[in-house]
Design a protein around this ligand. Structure first.
Ligand code: ADP
Length: 335
């Protein structure tokens, strides 16, 4: 759906904000681009609809090279890309319905069609009763709903979200993310969301790219990234969300009994891991505890196991677990 090939953006002041970024967003993805402030996320998302021109590289949407578009083609393409922002960017002198209608007026829709579409969109975002309100009379969450309705007005196939929930409280954030999920399905949208909040990625995204200093340092399915982050920045961003960390789990350490953390995707593991290693190496295993992280795409389970028996057999058991469809981490080595 959207493909970036070795895209660079160097601003006129010489700042190299986007460095050699290659990225593939599939149709129907809710694709998160996450990174700390200044990582280059806004610059990157603005290249997709050519609000910024790349210095080098290629950008394809539906197989078409958008950098080769003439003015008319670009305007047509932009109509099919809805965008929402952290600070909503609503017109304060226009009511809710007039804000949503604005793009349709520019596109020369007739009055009745506009009325019908605006009514439908306000219903979808849950603001039918606020049609005559002005932005100043709305809460942050309601303003973002208006801007979502506006972004959908021209029936886009792509929605770009630039920190859309960053100015909202956690509860409102959740409701806006739910709405984004709902409209993604209803309108078969491809969504690209930039955010500095891993919570957002966890709640709605199916795929994620982590950006740091202008580069994509890691990318993949959200559950894989959460279960097994490789890059230090990714680990740091995830550490802000994980409810439970190893240091919080203060299990008693018993000499000679190793403790391992086993991470698995989904709610269960296909192979009977525990019974397999018990049979194979004649050790005992106790379950100390566990948690399940719920992600948009999948759950990630963590269980903590204490092994008992011959230490070299315990080592072999851990080795065997490592060959199965789980990620094993030794928390306490038994010495
Ligand atoms: P993020 O969205 O991850 O916070 P940005 O893309 O906004 O990152 O910024 C990346 C870098 O590019 C920053 O150092 C920022 O100061 C710089 N930058 C952004 N826009 C411009 C611009 N128009 N001109 C010059 N530098 C810019």
């Amino acid at each position: 759906m959207i493909t970036l090939e070795k895209v660079n953006k160097v601003y006129s002041n010489g700042l190299h904000a986007v460095k050699d970024v290659s990225l593939k967003v599939n149709k129907g993805d809710i694709f998160g681009i996450i990174g700390l402030s200044g990582a280059g996320k806004s610059s990157l998302i603005r290249l997709i609809n050519r609000l910024e021109e790349p210095t080098s590289g290629k950008i394809f949407i539906n197989g078409e090279n958008v950098l080769e578009f003439n003015k008319k083609q670009l305007l047509e393409r932009r109509k099919k890309i809805g965008m929402i922002f952290q600070h909503f960017n609503l017109l304060s002198s226009r009511t809710v319905e007039e804000n949503v209608a604005f793009a349709l007026e520019i596109a020369n829709w007739n009055k009745n069609e506009i009325k019908e579409r605006v009514t439908m969109l306000l219903d979808i975002v849950g603001l039918s009763d606020k049609a005559k309100y002005y932005p100043s009379q709305l809460s942050g969450g309601q303003k973002q709903r208006v801007s979502i309705a506006r972004a959908l007005a021209n029936n886009p196939d792509i929605l770009l979200s630039d920190e859309a929930t960053s100015a909202l409280d956690p509860k409102t954030t959740k409701s806006i993310l739910e709405l984004i999920k709902k409209i993604q399905q209803k309108f078969s949208l491809t969504v690209v969301m930039i955010t500095h909040q891993m919570e957002v990625v966890k709640e709605v995204c199916n795929r994620v790219a982590i950006m740091s200093d202008g580069r994509i340092v890691e990318e993949g399915g959200v559950h894989h990234i959460f279960a097994d982050p490789k890059n230090e920045i990714t680990k740091e961003l995830i550490s802000y969300v994980h409810q439970q960390t190893d240091t919080e789990i203060d299990y008693l350490h018993h000499r000679g009994k190793k403790i391992v953390k086993v991470k698995f995707l989904g709610t269960s593991v296909q192979e009977p891991i525990i019974s397999k290693v018990i049979k194979e190496y004649g050790i005992d295993i106790s379950v100390l505890g566990g948690t399940i992280d719920k992600l948009a795409t999948m759950n990630i389970g963590h269980i903590y196991l204490e092994l008992d028996g011959d230490l070299s057999a315990q080592d072999k058991a851990i080795e065997l677990m490592g060959t199965m469809d789980v990620i094993v981490e030794v928390i306490y080595n038994g010495y």
